[in-house]
Design a protein around this ligand. Structure first.
Ligand code: ADP
Ligand code: ZN
Length: 733
């Protein structure tokens, strides 16, 4: 393929990759005027017109008379070699078909629309002067006030409080120019030297190292490890500045949309203008604009969720993965990929630098940094007077709480003391909803989802029961579906809403905010709530893991974890690692400015080694012990895992395919891989489909993907049967 010419003349055969589920490229004739390799094109496919990319020379071998022509080349920048290489390699790594990869890379609406223009108005600098009226002067005044701006007719009329005919009059007079401009405009340039902060010595040292990496214009991955509040963001913004100076582009990945507004503010303060912002809350027209501008170089910095990794950067120089350990970087639906790992792949192809920033890196990254594969930069102190919070355990075995209460008397006393000082407290519980179980006191029945093997969770704010697997909701019933007895259904166990209820009873005078992802209808309302907390208008924050991530609440000085043992119960490979990270992250919310903070973990197992490691803050010892265990078990990052998930409406059909694969596992045996299963998934039924899992374990150096591809290639999925491959699985449910 690399021998393909760069340009194809009219009628020459080209092969085109489309977004349609066809697992090969299709031959077409190059359109009138020819086309470049990588050009985005519209091609006819049956009766339809579909999006495609010119992927190489045509293969030929068909009747030339039957080969159709490319309809037209789209008015967007062609796909770069680096992007194409990235899509191929990422597709190979995750065993994702190329058509799906192309769909990931073209997730913007209207790419096939003809370029649309809009009529705008701007000042004519060459205007000599002519008859003025008060209305005309208002219009010109507005235009002078916003010197670089362009206006639509309506915007200008509204701002100047003048009728549109006044503006038209000015056009006739020659004072104002009426021009047609493309609708998708470049982003305002960012100034790398707009306003940088004075860095501390430790920060400056870290920044110098990162800037040097960027200057090399070569691939490198750098772990920027620093306690929460040490100034990691300030430091990596210096690397962004250097990338701006080079004229190359930067992508900053954030794990949570709610974090973007705080980050945008910091970018504006540092570089004097807003970057492009890419996530599910962005409008469709803005998505198209970003996609196009990233491709043309009209966007220097993109702040985005994981899917922004597939934007068509023209010259990507730096990728920052903030909170790199965060599990939301793993896409668990559709194409299964880990944005952190794919960032490293993309950077290695684009000759770019990667900065993985975290206070609690993933074990994978920690191991890579220890072995010297990644550069490691460490910042151990918080910025300014802030210090890490004191952490201690509250032994819940000593507390004799009634079964519907969860806040210990110690914690209550601590919170009251903070309220007297006018400081904020946070209660953390990693459970959405009101109560995880709804139980019938008459017959003992627990309400479950109709289509999943999962309990329905009461959400009292919504006054409904919800399944956290499939999202289905139903009204809260009065009678038990099992025994028909009325009025005996009772909530069991705590969720964030129930904890809020307890807090309201305990602290009737407190202003309480509840932060849980399902309580906000939009990213905007969530941002507003976070701003309110940051301003200090709230006394007690009650939150799920949404609050653990990166927020900066200056007045927050106490964190109470309601159930520190919750994460330790799973059999998940990373349960211990996750608990450690989550507890350290949550605790890190406290005491981020002058006032010192404290964190209390309520636990029934205060002597559990993980709880002790969290309290002691002996991170190196913890990671070493965790790494040794994984090494002994030969699991990631010391060995490789892949999961096969097969699902069907009937369990039997899913098992049949699993057993068939097990009997025909030659390609896996050839690389010495072990196969576990097929076995029912821990959540065996989701949306009325039975799920069967297989786990493949191989040595680190084994060519696992190639073997997997050979192994599943002969499978044809009939009817409702589905099979997905999850490389480096994070979830084992
Ligand atoms: P991290 O990303 O490590 O959690 P931040 O970069 O968010 O840390 O810094 C924590 C807080 O300290 C922020 O409010 C930040 O603006 C402030 N800060 C950090 N370093 C400096 C500095 N050198 N000068 C001024 N403010 C700083
Ligand atoms: Zn369900």
């Amino acid at each position: 393929m690399s021998e393909s010419p760069e340009f194809f003349h009219e009628s020459q055969l080209v092969s085109v990759l489309t977004t349609q589920p066809i697992d090969r490229v299709l031959d077409y004739k190059a359109p009138e005027g020819g086309c470049f390799l990588g050009a985005f094109v519209e091609v006819p496919l049956g009766p339809r017109k579909v999006l495609g990319v010119v992927w190489g020379a045509g293969h030929g071998g068909y009747d030339p008379a039957k080969i159709r022509s490319v309809n037209r080349v789209l008015d967007v920048a062609p796909m770069t070699h680096a992007m194409r290489e990235f899509l191929i390699r990422a597709g190979e790594y995750t065993l994702t078909p190329m058509s799906v990869m192309l769909r990931l890379a073209t997730r913007a609406p209207g790419l096939m629309d003809p370029p649309s223009m809009r009529r705008v108005y701007q000042l004519n600098d060459a205007f000599e002067g002519g008859k003025m009226t008060p209305a005309r002067e208002r219009v010109l005044g507005v235009m002078e006030d916003f010197a670089d701006a362009v206006f639509t007719l309506k915007e200008l009329a509204d701002l100047a409080e003048a009728s549109t005919s006044v503006i038209k009059g000015l056009v006739k007079l020659g004072a104002v120019l009426e021009v047609d401009r493309p609708r998708d405009m470049p982003f305002r340039p960012l100034d790398p030297d707009f306003a940088s902060k004075d860095l501390t010595d430790v920060q400056a040292d870290a920044a110098v190292q990162l800037v040097a990496r960027v200057q090399q214009r070569a691939y490198s991955t750098n772990l920027l490890r620093g306690v929460t509040g040490s100034g990691k963001t300030e430091v990596y913004l210096e690397a962004v500045a250097e990338t701006l100076r080079q004229g190359r582009q930067t992508l900053v990945l954030l794990p949570e949309i709610a974090l973007t507004s705080e980050f945008l503010t910091r970018v504006v303060e540092r570089f004097g203008a807003k970057p492009a912002e890419w996530h599910s809350g962005v409008t469709m027209t803005e998505r198209r604009r970003i996609w196009k501008m990233v491709g043309q170089g009209g966007a220097q910095l993109v702040i985005g969720a994981r899917s922004s990794l597939y934007l068509p950067f023209r010259d990507l120089g730096l990728i920052v993965v903030d909170e790199e350990h965060d599990t939301s970087y793993k896409q668990e639906d559709g194409a299964l990929y880990n944005a952190r790992d794919m960032s490293v792949l993309r950077a290695s192809i684009a000759k770019a630098s990667v900065i993985l920033a975290s206070a609690t890196p993933s074990l994978e990254t920690w191991v890579n940094a220890e072995s010297g594969k990644y550069h490691k930069i460490t910042m151990t102190d918080r910025f300014g007077p802030a210090v890490m919070p004191d952490m201690s355990a509250i032994d819940m075995r000593q507390e004799k709480l009634p079964s519907d209460r969860w806040v210990s008397s110690d914690l209550v006393a601590h919170i009251k003391a903070r309220m007297l000082k006018g400081e904020q407290s946070m209660l953390f519980i990693n459970r959405r909803g009101y109560a995880p179980i709804t139980l019938c006191r008459a017959c003992g029945h627990q309400i479950g989802c109709k289509t999943c093997d999962a309990r329905m969770v009461e959400h009292r704010f919504l006054n409904r029961l919800m399944c956290h697997q499939c999202g289905e909701t139903e009204p809260m019933p009065d009678t038990c579906e099992n025994c028909g007895v009325e009025g005996r259904l009772a909530p069991v166990g705590p969720g964030v809403e129930r904890l809020a209820e307890e807090a309201k009873a305990l602290f009737p005078d407190a202003k309480i905010a509840v932060l849980s992802s399902d309580l906000f209808s939009s990213a905007r309302s969530l941002k507003a709530a976070i701003a309110e907390i940051a301003n200090g208008d709230i006394d007690i924050i009650i939150g799920t893991q949404l609050v653990a991530k990166g927020h900066n609440f200056p007045n927050l000085t106490l964190v109470g974890v309601i159930d520190a043992d919750l994460g330790l119960q799973g059999s998940d490979l990373r349960a211990v690692e996750r608990t450690f990270q989550l507890m350290r992250q949550v605790a890190g919310r406290a005491g981020r400015s002058e006032k010192p903070g404290a964190a209390y973990l309520q636990t029934y197992q205060p002597e559990h080694p993980v709880i002790r490691a969290i309290l002691g803050g002996e991170e190196e010892a913890f990671w070493n012990a965790e790494a040794a265990e994984r090494q002994a078990a030969q699991v990631p990052p010391f060995g490789r895992l892949a999961a096969i998930i097969i699902s069907a409406p009937e369990a039997e059909r899913a098992f049949d395919l699993g057993n068939h694969l097990l009997r025909n596992a030659g390609p896996l045996q050839a690389i010495g891989a072990q196969i576990f299963g097929p076995a029912p998934a821990p959540i065996a039924r989701v949306r009325s489909r039975f799920r069967v899992r297989m786990l493949i374990k191989a040595e680190k150096s084994a060519p696992l993907q190639r073997a997997l591809a050979q192994w599943i290639a002969p499978v044809t999925l009939k009817g409702d049967l589905r099979l997905s491959v999850d490389i480096d699985p994070q979830s084992f449910l």
